[in-house]
Ligand binder design. Structure first.
Ligand code: 2PG
Ligand code: MG
Length: 418
């Protein structure tokens, strides 16, 4: 239980230079602060991020979301809140199915701040408080998915697949995983610069390189070479986020200038999984096509098939995916649903069905490291926070180092993919 003494909010800029919401809550132990991220390749079923659509900030202002928080102040102060009651109150006040009235960005900033406020008054680390409210049986340090090559909407190159990721599944500890990610990243940089010059290692929104590659398998070859050179072949697997809704147009998938049916695209994934140590495939098909996800699950039973735009951290969409056996992994993005309680519900539901859980950042981020503590507290087992580069990405990866240090011998590393 936490008693709030004051509430305030403001608009700040995210890592892409767009406005986003920051909220602050005052407790008897002082202020806490939380800020929300923002996606670029957003799913159509995500909760609504309220934007002003006025000339300021080219339509992307969030002054209405900030006003909505300030208007809630009178209901929130001088009351005792649990996370569950706080979030239910916000959901009721909004009253829409997609949080379109007050804005999921307004609600999430408050919900995250409430979680931090409760941890603060209890003098608990945030991950431990989250573990308590989630009734977690255990906590763990997640396997990081380092997005080292960016394409799709996050980069100015020709690659259709959005993210090529390095997963140190067989590292012994989280800190070793971070070291592996960093070394592979820098060796990859050298390889790309040797072949394409320095401009090839300009980075995309998530800190990965955006080289002028066109063939969707080429990034795997470069990453594999970097992993080999670093000497980590046996410790590392690969992952992708196809973000296929972004290259799905009028019924076909536009890959490398070709138009593919879902069946043809499925064959490409199967070939990829044969040729490379591909452990995880996110959003292989567009966001309505549960059946093609399910077909891929059958073809690649050992690969993690992750729902992101498909499932949008929404229990109803996840239930459909469960029913159709469309996934065995959930991308958990707190701003897709808008409150911490609902995100915890989503994680609990899929864990009960033995899915993997990958807690995720957004391509537009702030330096708030909330999701690092979240991943530990719910024993997610996996996190993706971009490349091991750029402050807003490292805010999460470095927070995990601190948690590992604090846990000492109790620090357990890894989840489903180990
Ligand atoms: C994704 C995310 C994060 P965005 O598709 O998984 O990597 O991108 O935040 O742009 O939706
Ligand atoms: Mg995704």
């Amino acid at each position: 239980m936490v008693t709030l003494q004051d509430v305030r909010a403001r608009s700040i800029l995210d890592s892409r230079g767009n406005p986003t919401v920051e909220a602050e809550l005052l407790t008897k132990n002082g202020w806490v602060r939380a800020s929300v991220p923002s996606g670029a390749s957003t799913g159509v079923h995500e909760a609504i991020e309220l934007r002003d659509n006025k000339p300021a900030f080219l339509g992307k202002g969030v002054s209405n979301a900030v006003k909505n928080i300030n208007a809630l102040r009178k209901y929130l102060v001088n009351k005792d809140w649990t996370q569950d009651r706080f979030d239910r109150f916000l959901i009721t006040k909004d009253g829409t199915p997609n949080k379109g009235k007050l804005g999921a960005n307004a609600l999430l900033a408050l919900s995250m701040a409430c979680c931090k406020a409760s941890a603060k008054v209890k003098h608990l680390p945030l991950y431990e408080h989250i573990a308590n409210i989630n009734h977690s049986a255990r906590i763990s340090l997640p396997i990081p998915s380092f997005n080292v090559i960016n394409g799709g909407k996050h980069a100015g190159n020709q690659l259709d697949i959005q993210e090529y990721m390095v997963l140190p599944t067989k590292a012994r500890t989280y800190s070793e995983a971070l070291r592996i990610g960093s070394e592979v990243y820098h060796l990859l940089k050298k390889l790309l610069q040797n072949d394409f010059g320095r401009s090839a290692t300009n980075v995309g929104d998530e800190g990965g390189f955006a080289p002028p590659l066109t063939c969707y398998t080429e990034p795997f070859d470069y990453i594999q070479r970097a992993i080999e050179e670093a000497g980590y072949t046996r410790k590392v697997k690969l992952g992708i986020d196809a973000a296929a809704s972004e290259f799905y147009k009028k019924g076909t998938y536009h890959l490398e200038g070709q138009q593919l049916t879902a069946e043809q695209l499925l064959d490409r994934y199967v070939e990829m999984a044969k040729a490379y140590p591909l452990a995880s495939i996110e959003d292989p098909f567009e966001q309505e096509d549960f059946d093609s996800f399910a077909a891929l699950r059958k073809k690649l039973p050992k690969t993690q098939i992750v729902g992101d735009d498909l499932t949008v951290t929404n229990v109803d969409r996840i239930k459909t995916a469960l029913h159709k056996n469309a996934c065995n992994g959930l991308l958990l993005k707190i701003n897709q649903i808008g409150t911490i309680s609902e995100a915890l519900d989503a994680a609990q539901l899929v864990k009960a069905h033995k899915w993997g859980v990958m807690v995720s950042h957004r391509s537009g981020e702030t330096t708030d490291s909330f999701i690092a503590d979240l991943a530990v507290g719910i024993d997610a087992g996996q996190i993706k926070s971009g490349a091991p580069c750029r402050g807003e990405r490292l805010a999460k990866y470095n927070q995990l180092l601190r948690i590992e240090e604090e846990l000492g011998k109790k620090a357990r590393y890894g989840g489903a993919l180990r």
